[in-house]
Design a protein around this ligand. Structure first.
Ligand code: GLC
Length: 429
């Protein structure tokens, strides 16, 4: 890539972030996702910080300002109405102002806050202190509401909480969800994007049944913990939370909040212990676990490699996982596919059943670097850069053909370009 094309792509990425800015928060992309999404916003703050650090902090602050009284930070905040989206505030029935969904999403915010804080030119420490307190309450909510027995694994109650909506990991746990009461509804996603790229109707019915279950129980965390039809330890969610706790501990120390730092460290240790239960000797990697049946998922996903992002992986296990990654890479042109490309369920363009996602690649690559796998990390960065430079700022990409899927002019893809995938000056030919 020459200097000129790099500058043009940088400019396009900044333009996307500015055009998706709705005043204090950034939507993922217009039409398909017209509100504030939790992990999207956090990850977008990384891109914003490359040209407007103040605005990057605001992105996190706006998201966290929608925190519930019990500490949860919701997965969608409906700051403004938009008729073109389903399920909207009415379906969630969360009774909040601003209206929100009733579930959460992977807590990358603390990890991002730590990076923003370490940025030259920062910080206003008071701003960071407020964030630290809010993040502590959110993380404590995970422990209380999603691991009430203190096992060290947190559960998700809906596939959407994982952020990896239609991953095959959820097929078996979802199969027991009763959809008989769901009734008629009108999906809006397939009006914006080709149906072949979106979850299928049977899955969507189950998603709606779970939304209705939460709403009918007023999103009561006790009732949900005991009776949710879906109660699964997602390997991605657990890895991301573990990492977030260590970053929160660091940040809390840096801003003079030792009690919060101690709490976060204790929670991180607990999660590290729980994570052991996700190791599959048979598959040679970490996988999700259905906590209702104690059944591990039968396959690896890109989330398995988030174990490196979570912390340090025992060298023998790490070697095993790196060999598997190499096998996956023989099957695809661009890594990392969201699901095992040697598996019959792999679908290169259907959302989380195969496509490559720039944000997951960033997390995997970041974790690999920290664990000493610098070359492997760089390969993932190079692949991501090629996908974006050759295809555009799509929501995700086919690992086989580089075809862009889902929405275009996508904020988190633009953000990953600016903050990570873009070549360094000495890499420009
Ligand atoms: C989809 C993705 C989810 C993301 C949201 C907005 O639901 O699966 O991870 O947060 O879109 O981009």
């Amino acid at each position: 890539m020459d200097q000129k094309s790099k500058e043009a792509l940088d400019e396009s990425a900044r333009t996307i972030l500015k055009q998706n800015d709705r005043g204090g928060y950034t939507i993922p992309t217009k039409d398909l996702y017209p509100f504030q999404w939790n992990w999207d916003s956090s990850l977008v703050a990384l891109g914003l910080s490359t040209f407007d650090l103040d605005r990057a902090w605001t992105e996190l602050e706006t998201l966290l300002s929608a925190q519930w009284d019990n500490g949860m930070v919701p997965h969608i905040v409906f700051w403004k109405d938009d008729e073109g989206y389903f399920p909207g505030p009415g379906e969630w029935g969360a009774q909040r102002t601003p209206p929100t969904s009733g579930i959460t999403q992977p807590p990358v915010a603390a990890t991002v806050a730590r990076r923003l804080f370490a940025h030259p030119g920062n910080p206003d420490a008071r701003r960071a202190v407020r964030l630290v307190e809010t993040l502590d309450r959110w993380h404590q909510w995970f422990a209380d509401a999603r691991d009430p027995n203190g096992t060290g694994l947190v559960a998700i109650i809906h596939p959407w909480e994982s952020g990896r909506d239609n991953l095959p990991d959820w097929d078996v746990p979802l199969s027991i969800v009763d959809t008989s009461g769901v009734g008629e509804y009108r999906r809006r996603d397939t009006e914006h994007v080709d149906a072949s790229q979106r979850p299928q109707k049977a899955d969507y019915d189950r998603y709606m049944a779970l939304v209705q279950f939460g709403r009918d129980n007023a999103w009561d965390t006790d009732v949900i913990a005991h009776h949710s039809p879906f109660w699964v330890a997602d390997v991605g969610m657990n890895a991301i939370l573990r990492r977030a706790e260590t970053d929160l501990a660091w940040l809390a120390d840096a801003v003079g909040k030792p009690l919060i730092a101690a709490r976060a460290t204790a929670r991180a240790r607990q999660l590290e212990k729980g994570f052991e239960r996700l190791w599959s000797e048979k598959l040679g990697g970490y996988v999700s676990l259905d906590l209702k049946t104690n059944q591990q998922a039968s396959d690896l996903s890109a989330g398995s490699w988030l174990a490196f992002y979570a912390g340090s992986v025992h060298p023998a296990r790490a070697e095993q996982m790196m060999q598997l990654l190499a096998k996956w890479q023989e099957k695809v042109r661009y890594s990392v596919p969201s699901f095992d490309p040697t598996n019959p369920l792999f679908d290169d363009i259907r959302y989380w059943r195969g496509p490559v996602w720039a944000i997951i690649n960033w997390m995997i690559s970041e974790g690999l670097t920290r664990n000493g796998y610098v070359q492997a990390a760089d390969r993932i960065r190079t692949d991501t850069r090629a996908l974006i430079a050759d295809t555009g700022f799509f929501e995700y990409f086919s690992p086989l053909t580089a075809q862009g899927g889902g929405g275009d002019f996508f904020s988190w893809t633009a953000s990953m370009w600016l903050s990570w995938a873009t070549p360094l000056p000495d890499e420009i030919a």
